[in-house]
Design a protein around this ligand. Structure first.
Ligand SMILES: [Zn+2]
Length: 245
């Protein structure tokens, strides 16, 4: 199990770690496993981090970061010079620009949720995709088709009000029972044997989430909602974030 350092704070983009294992994959790429990591593996609709790991004159370029079912993070890529050995001490550095894009997109998805909550729409969030080429959140719910335009602009302006007026977000770790007091939705699959991570946005809006988040929602920039669609009870809110998509 890899210790996930990026959970502990906003903007964790560097780490010192120890090499636990190095494997070669069928496609020829190397898979480096560390005791702890600052690299976010793909999950929760947020894309993985890229970046580099180095030790002395050895450099490893990460092009994919994955979390497996045992909780181990795999840093997959190739050595551009040298090679690591097990037990080497290494330094990790996340590709900042890519992380920032993914973080802003991911946080924007949660602000849409916050807006939907504050507009008292009884939609239930089912899935989010926070990728540069596809940013959308989906809900189970109902609406009247003639309300679509009004809803779309209502959600968009509420989202941008939240962003403009934002104060700093907070990170808290708490037992699952306590999450229900500040979170609109607590997924059933959250491990109940340890405190879980809740990110608290403005107005005490708690989000049980292991992704990376902006510290202040103002970092997201302007959000637009070009499309709002409903099909068989699934409402899909497509969004874009300033200068990303
Ligand atoms: Zn999230």
């Amino acid at each position: 199990m890899t210790e996930l350092l990026y959970l502990a704070n906003f903007n964790v983009e560097m780490c010192e770690a120890e090499v636990i294992a190095i494997d070669t994959l069928e496609d020829g790429r190397s898979d480096v496993i560390l005791d702890k990591t600052c690299f976010y593996p793909r999950g929760g609709g947020q894309d993985w981090d890229k970046g580099e790991i180095l030790s002395g004159n050895s450099y490893f370029d990460i092009d994919e970061t994955r979390l497996d079912e045992t909780g181990t993070v795999h840093h997959i890529g190739h050595f551009t010079s040298g090679m690591f050995n097990v037990r080497n001490q290494v330094s990790g550095k996340v590709d900042h620009d890519r992380r920032l894009i993914n973080t802003r997109l991911h946080s924007a998805g949660h602000v849409i949720d916050m807006a939907i909550n504050s507009l008292e729409l009884d939609w239930i969030a089912t899935k989010g995709q926070h990728y540069p080429d596809l940013s959308a959140v989906e809900y189970h719910g109902t609406w009247q088709p003639e309300q679509a335009e009004k809803l779309k602009s209502g959600i968009e302006s509420r989202v941008n009000e939240f962003i403009r007026g934002a104060t700093d977000n907070e990170l808290r770790f708490m037992p699952v029972e306590e999450m229900h007091t500040i979170c609109r939705h607590v997924p059933d699959n959250i491990p109940k044997n340890k405190p879980g991570r809740v990110v608290v946005y403005a107005d005490n809006f708690g989000i049980p989430c292991g992704g990376t988040h902006v510290k202040n929602l103002q970092e997201i920039g302007l959000v637009k909602i070009p499309k709002l669609k409903e099909k068989k009870g699934v409402i899909r809110v497509t969004y874009t974030v300033d200068e990303i998509n």
